[in-house]
Every structure is written in C-alpha cells, then in structure tokens.
Design a protein around this ligand. Sequence first.
Ligand code: ZN
Length: 226
Amino acid sequence: MKDAKQKALVLLSGGQDSTTCLYWAIDRYGRDAVSTVSFDYGQRHFIELDCAEAVAAQAAVPHLCLPIDTLAALGGDALTDPDIGVESGIDESSGLPNTFVPGRNLIFLTYAAAHAYRNRIANLVTGVAQTDYSGYPDCRQETIDALQRAIQLGMESDVQIHTPLMYLSKKQTVELARELGALDAMALTHTCYNGERPPCGACPACVLRAKGFAEAGVEDPLVSNT
Ligand code: ZN
C-alpha cells in the first residue's frame, strides 16, 4: 500500500484546467496513486459533472462526486442563480465578476482535505490560477497558502495543496496539457458558462479558452470534435 505522501487527490471540475491537473498528477504520482473528486453545488450546468466523470473514466482513475447544497441556497452569483446572466459581467457591489461564488474554492478544498484525510492522501491538486484570470480572490497563491496552513493545523495533517497552473498563462496551460498527453481528454471537457457543447464561443470562459489554444497554436479538440 502506498504511503499517504505518494497519493494525490485531484479536484476535478470537468474543465480544461482541472483536467490538465489530473494529467499532471498522473505524471507525478502514477495513475494508481491518483483519485478525483467533484462537487455538486447546484451549478447551473450539470454537464460539468458529466464531463468530470467522463474525464476520470478515460484516465482510468477513481471519481467521487460529493453534494454541497449550501452555495446554491446562498445564491447571488451567475453560476448558481438562473436569474443572473453571465453576460452582465461585474457585480457592482464587489467589483468582482458575477461568476464569483464566494467561498467556493475554500469550501471545495476543505471538503477535499477531509476526504483525503479519511483516505490517507497527503496531496491535493487544484487547477486555480492567478494569471489570465478574472481576479477571483480565492484563486491566489496567498489564499491557498493560508488555507493549506489552516487545514494542516485544523486536521493535524501534513496535507500539501499543489497548484501547478498558478502562474501559467492560458497559452502555457495548453502547452502543458500537450506535454502531458492530455489533449485527447480536452475533447471531454467543458468550459462554457452557458453550458453549451460545442461551446458558445462568446461567453468570457469560451473566449479565454479559445485565446489560449490559439496562442499555443493547438486546435481545441472540444471545438473540432463536437
Ligand atoms: Zn461559452
């Protein structure tokens, strides 16, 4: 049986970044040491969870989906509240994109850490990035460092939170996916805020994804295969 330090749990949303992280973890720890977790938080598009399941199945790693009802009950953001359109952009009171779900990454990582604790897994891998992003404050390395410390103290564990994409541009993330052999898996991923496959091509998430692929000179298999 593998030591906890040799095992990794990847937070898999079914998107491009977390899928790249899955292949990063497989490369680093070995396929039989990696498992994945997703969260059903009442997101507008259940397609995300289907994509996460498909990506994990293709990679032949275990996948667990945990339910969290509370974020949708809180409401007020465009990803869980059907009355708020993603197109409207910025939330006027906070100045943050209206797709910001307050506390989401903190909660996901804390639940993931609890699952990892129970299963003797010492490494969490998340696809958060502070470059090229919408300025979500819970995607900053400083936030992740503080949360890692809080979890280490609060669970008396030596859990490490890995953020392999933190300082990469979208272009560099696409290049990394190519290096890791993750491009085939990209056909199964989902990025569009409007929940469309093939992607709508117009929402902020689609635009950012397309820009990354174009700059890397790689054809997006999601666009060419769907
Ligand atoms: Zn879109």
